[in-house]
Design a protein around this ligand. Structure first.
Ligand SMILES: Nc1ncnc2c1ncn2[C@@H]1O[C@H](COP(=O)(O)OS(=O)(=O)O)[C@@H](OP(=O)(O)O)[C@H]1O
Length: 448
């Protein structure tokens, strides 16, 4: 049994294992088609229903995750770390599977024994928050405009042909590859804290991030505009619930109350200021509700998991950006290649040079936006980040009302007032709470 296990898991045998996995996928697909009486349909047909398209995507991602899972399991089971040498490959395997223990580093690396930075003053914190807020708004407002342009614009070339680009997964890939390259370049030229997290841990939030993007695009086909607005405007509530599940976080009452007020205010504003365009559906179906719940859960998981990684491993935001995008590139490339759409999108890029330039600017905005995302989560945590992103949706609508001279209704104005009151309340209560806590701890410190 031991010999069988060792032969199967030997690195030399990994290629056949990988091929076997492809065979397994084909068998599952055929079984799926048989079971659902879809034998006459092609894979393209399968991807037309959301369940089919989701199954296809998940199977493609599984070709990365399943071998990865078995490799990690094998290295841990065989206690690889105890016999790992000092070459490049052992170091790489150790970083991917185990990371470097923070305690171990503290004894060897002086940069890890330094004391914590002093607590920032209120005005310094306000400056930092305004920096994150402005950075996220500018990057993602531009990104939103460009994304809509790419997905709706007709592209022309010098030979007179016209084309529409429709593959959102390719856009996600283009955004991630540039972000990964920029982060990797920055890491090689700058001094960074020692990286302690096992690299595979980034794959969880990378997967949830890709899945939340997929759900977001897919949901548009199955839900009415008000349902979609309600889901997007109330993202802060699932984020807090997920924080309780993942990190056992405790929130104060004022945080729950202001989260609900922000959600109600944003819903009123978005419903009061926009018309129901952009959605192809005139009714909300069960499928739509399932996909929206998926969107909110994956989105809430992503930022909370990232927040937890920052807390546990103290990596820099660029290290996080590099790690997450590494897996996002791996997952999206695998899926695009296996579904045969990668070459089609590249072909589109070659045929329509204007599309190349639009995608490049889109990825630059996305990469800048990601820098701000990771910085905001590392300094202020996932809930503040989600509130800023929720406000972004409101600002995007306000901007379009301003550009296209749409009026903002009374309900919209009430919504804005409610959101700002809730934010003010949140800042005020958090400040008051800190003062009370400081007063409580003051007698203890004077005794010492
Ligand atoms: N936590 C975290 N980490 C990394 N990237 C993230 C995160 N949250 C949002 N995003 C990316 O930001 C893009 C906009 O996301 P959303 O449309 O969900 O944001 S929002 O609706 O404005 O709240 C969107 O980019 P694309 O995936 O390229 O569409 C999200 O993937």
């Amino acid at each position: 049994m031991k010999i069988l296990y060792e032969t199967a898991m030997s690195p030399l045998n990994l290629m056949p294992l990988y091929r076997v996995w492809h065979e397994v996928i084909l068998v599952i697909l055929i079984a799926y088609m048989n079971q659902t009486r879809m034998t006459d349909y092609t894979l393209a047909g399968l991807s037309e229903s959301w369940v089919g398209s989701l199954t296809l995507n998940l199977l493609c991602y599984a070709t990365v995750f399943v071998p990865g899972y078995f490799l990690i399991w094998y290295f841990k089971k065989s206690k690889y770390i105890e016999r790992a040498g000092s070459g490049l490959v052992p170091r790489l395997i150790t970083s991917c599977v185990y990371g470097q223990s923070y305690d171990k580093l503290a004894t060897t690396d002086p940069s890890h024994t330094r004391s914590l930075p002093p607590e920032k003053t209120l005005s310094a914190k306000c400056m930092q928050l305004s920096f994150c807020f402005l950075g996220l708004q500018v990057s993602y407002l531009t990104w939103g405009v460009l994304q809509e342009k790419i997905m709706t614009k007709e592209y022309h070339n010098s030979e007179g042909s016209i084309g529409h680009f429709k593959d959102s997964q390719f856009l996600v890939f283009v955004n991630r590859i540039l972000a990964f390259m920029l982060a990797a370049m920055y890491l090689t030229c700058s001094r960074q804290p020692r990286h302690t997290a096992p690299i595979y841990k980034y794959s969880y939030c990378s997967f949830s991030n890709i899945m939340s993007s997929w759900c977001q695009y897919e949901a548009l086909k199955y839900v009415t505009f008000p349902t979609q607005v309600l889901a997007k405007a109330s993202k802060v509530i699932p984020t807090m619930i997920m924080g309780k599940i993942i990190a056992s976080k405790k929130y104060e009452y004022y945080e729950y109350v202001t989260a609900v007020l922000i959600s109600i205010g944003m819903t009123l504003f978005l419903l009061g200021s926009t018309e129901a365009h952009g959605t192809t559906s005139s009714s909300t179906t069960m499928s739509g509700v399932i996909i929206l719940v998926g969107y909110m859960s994956f989105d809430a998981f992503t930022s909370n998991w990232q927040g937890e990684l920052f807390t546990q491993h103290k990596m820099s935001s660029v290290q996080m950006m590099c790690g997450v995008n590494l897996f996002s590139c791996l997952l999206t490339t695998t899926s695009l290649m296996q579904q045969g759409t990668f070459s089609l999108s590249l072909q589109f890029m070659l045929t329509y040079p204007a599309f190349f330039w639009d995608s490049l600017i889109l990825s630059v905005c996305s990469a800048t936006g990601q820098l701000f995302i990771y910085y905001t989560i590392s300094v202020f945590g996932p809930v503040v980040f989600i509130i800023i992103m929720t406000i972004r949706q409101g600002l995007a609508i306000l901007l379009s009302c301003f550009i296209y001279s749409h009026p903002v209704t009374l309900m919209g104005i009430l919504g804005i007032l409610l959101v700002f009151t809730a934010i003010f309340l949140r800042i005020y209560c958090s400040h008051r709470l800190k003062q009370v806590q400081q007063r409580k701890t003051l007698p203890d410190t004077t005794k010492v």
